[in-house]
Design a protein around this ligand. Structure first.
Ligand SMILES: NCC(=O)CCC(=O)O
Ligand SMILES: [Mg+2]
Length: 328
């Protein structure tokens, strides 16, 4: 006697009836790159279909995407070199590009959830997520900077701040600072298990935010982002951030790390966000452009797999094009 598992796969109707996971536009958070200027749009060559855009075009795109069903965005700034230093203080300039962007988007599309990135790397002359002291990325002095940045973004209208820096204790520092400033309703989406990954390559060229080449500073982010050989450590990181007050936790990158997503899903009750990062996006686009993979099918399959592993929401550059496919 054997089981006829194929019975429930025999036609499209029965298959749709037993589908466990459904991908919808409610699952998407779109990361966007903003730059200074007016009516400016620059292609990012390693991320076909993704652009750095000035604020006016960004607002217009947020509106169009909202109509497609994309209700949440994650924003990154391309900061001019003359505004960078070691303290990252431009990050909490009330009139900075990030703050101006948040206000303009909230004015135009108040319903959209804005989750600005919190980290110093785009603002750092060294391209690190924290302040450099004695040749190292200094944890504790960075916490104050991240808290300042978070309060400034909440003041501008951010719904949820998204610290991606991987300093220890920053969720608690940010929560306390937000509460003290009366931004008790501003949430925290914490990049709790963020791995030091080569899949971030295209993103860093988009923002020009890679660690600079210098003898005096760490050459990579391995002293704060996690080692990809490890998984138990991810549980520690996630539980710490939940205990410190994170509302949503992030696992990053996505597809090569679905074992981590599935493990964490068993352990916490908080929502999980997963980031399909620039390198994952670039791989799919490159293969599709060569005619080696079917772009639409692979995008849907990769995002559905991330959701199946346990993600409640997915950060993906493909959100607008996949939304169009799902709305068809
Ligand atoms: N906080 C953003 C990153 O570190 C990189 C994301 C990507 O590679 O898409
Ligand atoms: Mg941590």
């Amino acid at each position: 006697m054997f089981t006829r598992n194929r019975r429930l796969r025999s036609n499209a109707s029965i298959r749709s009836l037993i589908q466990e996971t459904q991908l919808t536009t409610n699952d998407f958070v779109l990361p966007m790159f903003v730059m200074e200027g007016d009516n400016k749009k620059e292609a990012i060559s390693s991320m076909p279909g993704v652009f750095r855009q000035s604020l006016d075009l960004t607002v217009q795109q947020v509106k169009e995407n909202y109509a497609l069903g994309i209700k949440a965005i994650n924003i990154y700034m391309k900061v001019s070199d003359n505004l960078k230093d070691n303290t990252g203080k431009e990050a909490w300039n009330p009139n900075g590009l990030m703050q101006t962007t948040i206000k303009a988007i909230k004015d135009a599309v108040p319903e959209v959830i804005i989750m600005p990135d919190v980290a110093l790397d785009p603002y750092s002359i060294y391209g690190h997520d924290g302040i450099i002291k004695n040749g190292k990325v200094d944890n504790d002095s960075t916490l104050e900077a991240l808290a300042n940045m978070s309060v400034s973004l909440a003041e501008a209208g951010a719904d949820i701040v998204a610290p991606s820096d991987m300093m220890d204790g920053r969720v608690l520092a940010i929560r306390e600072a937000l509460d003290e400033a009366n931004y008790t309703d501003c949430g925290i989406l914490s990049y709790a298990a963020k791995y030091a990954s080569a899949f971030y390559g295209p993103f860093r060229s988009a923002l020009d935010s890679a660690p600079v080449d210098s003898q005096d500073i760490p050459e990579d982010k391995k002293t704060y982002q996690m080692d990809f050989h490890n998984s138990r450590e991810a549980i520690t990181e996630v539980l710490d951030d939940v205990a410190e007050g994170a509302d949503i936790i992030m696992i990053k990158p996505g597809m090569p790390y679905l074992d981590i997503v599935s493990k964490v899903r068993e352990i916490i009750t908080q929502p999980i966000a997963v980031y399909q990062v620039s390198g994952e996006y670039a791989m799919i686009k490159a293969a599709a452009q060569n005619g080696w993979l079917d772009n639409d099918k692979v995008l849907i399959e990769s995002l559905t797999s991330i959701k199946r592993a346990g993600a409640d929401m997915i950060f993906t550059y493909a959100a607008p094009e996949v939304a169009k496919l799902l709305n068809k």
